[in-house]
Design a binder for this molecule. Sequence first.
Ligand code: UT7
Length: 339
Amino acid sequence: MTSSSEIVENMSSETKVIRSRVAGVGCYLPERIVTNAELEKSVDTSDDWIVQRTGIRQRHIAAEGETTSQLGTKAAQAALKAAGLTADDIDLLIVATSTPDYTFPATATQIQHALGMSHGVAFDLQAVCSGFVFAVATADKFITSGSHHRALVIGAETFSRLLDWEDRTTCVLFGDGAGAMVLEAGEGEGTSADRGVLTTHLRSDGAHRAKLYVDGGPSTTGTTGHLRMQGRDVYRFAVGMVTDVMRDAFEATGTTVEDMKWFVPHQANRRIIESSAEKMGIAPEKVVVTVDRHGNTSAASIPLALCVAVADGRIKEGDLVMIEAIGGGFAWGAALIRW
Ligand code: UT7
C-alpha cells in the first residue's frame, strides 16, 4: 500500500494541494420492497397521500437479522470493486449511521472486520440524515492533511428498526439501505477545476432537537426508542438551511449553479428537493431523485443516489456534483465534488 507521505513526496513541484478524489461508489439495498399499497393494510394511509406529500412509492426493508453492518459491508465491497481496489488499499473507514448494530463497538469496526481489514482506523459518525456529508467532510480533512491515503466513506441504515409502525406520520417515510464511496489522495492545483472534494460546509443547532428525535437511548430510557418527528416544522426549516450551505459552497469555490452538473440532495421528500432546487435556480433535469424508490434512508440516501446516477451514466468524470442534507439535531451540510 502506498502511504500518504509517499504520495505527497511523489507529487510534482508545481502541485499545490492534495485533493480527495472519488475512486468509486457502490450501494446495497435489502431484497424486500414494501409498497405504499402494503402500508395501506397496516396504517390509516393511502398511496395517493404518500405520493402527493412525499413522492415515495416504495422502500426497501431489511430482513429479520439483517444488520446495518451487513448492508454497509455489501455497499463497501461494491465501491471497492468499482474503484478497482481491495480492502488492503484502505487506511480509513468512516460509517455514518444512526442505526448501529450495537451501542458499541462502532459499526465501522464490524465492517472493517467483515472486509478482512485489521490495519487502518474505522469509526462511526453520527449526524443522522446529514451523516454522509459529515463523513465526506471528515474523510476529506484526513486525506488532505496527508495523514491518510484512501478512505471508505459509508452511509448505512436500518431505519425500519427505529420506526413506530403504528405511527402513520413517520412509518411511511423511511427505508433501509447503504451506499459507499472510496475517496483517495490525488494531486490538485488548488482550483475549482481540480477533481475531488472542493469544499465542505457543515452546520448544526441543537435547539431543534424536539422536531426530530428518537425517544430512547442508553443514558435516558435504556431502550432503543422510536423516531418522532414534527414533520411540518422540519419542512419549514429544511429548505432555507440547505440552500444557505449550498450558497456557501458555491461562494467558497467561485462556482455557480450553472457550473454544477448534478444536484444530489438528501432524499427525504420530493417537495423539499424540488423547493430547494427551485430556490437555487437549479434546472429539474440536473436533480437526481431516488426518494420514489428508496424512501428516506437517512445517511444512506446520498450515496445510494450517487450510486444510481453513476450506474445509469449520468455522473461522469469531471462533472461538478453538489450533495447536501439536513436532519435531526438539526445538523446540515453541503459539499461540492468534482467527479
Ligand atoms: O430526513 C430528515 C428530514 N425529514 C424531513 O425532511 C421530513 C420533512 N417533512 C415532511 O416531509 C412533511 O412534513 C411530511 C411528509 C412528514 C408531512 O407532510 P405535510 O404536508 O407537512 O403534512 P402534515 O404533517 O401537515 O399533515 C397533513 C395531514 C394531517 O391531517 P389533518 O391534521 O390535516 O387532519 C395528518 O394527520 O395529513 C395527515 N397525515 C397522513 N394522512 C395519510 C399524516 N401522515 C399521514 C399518512 N397518511 N401517512
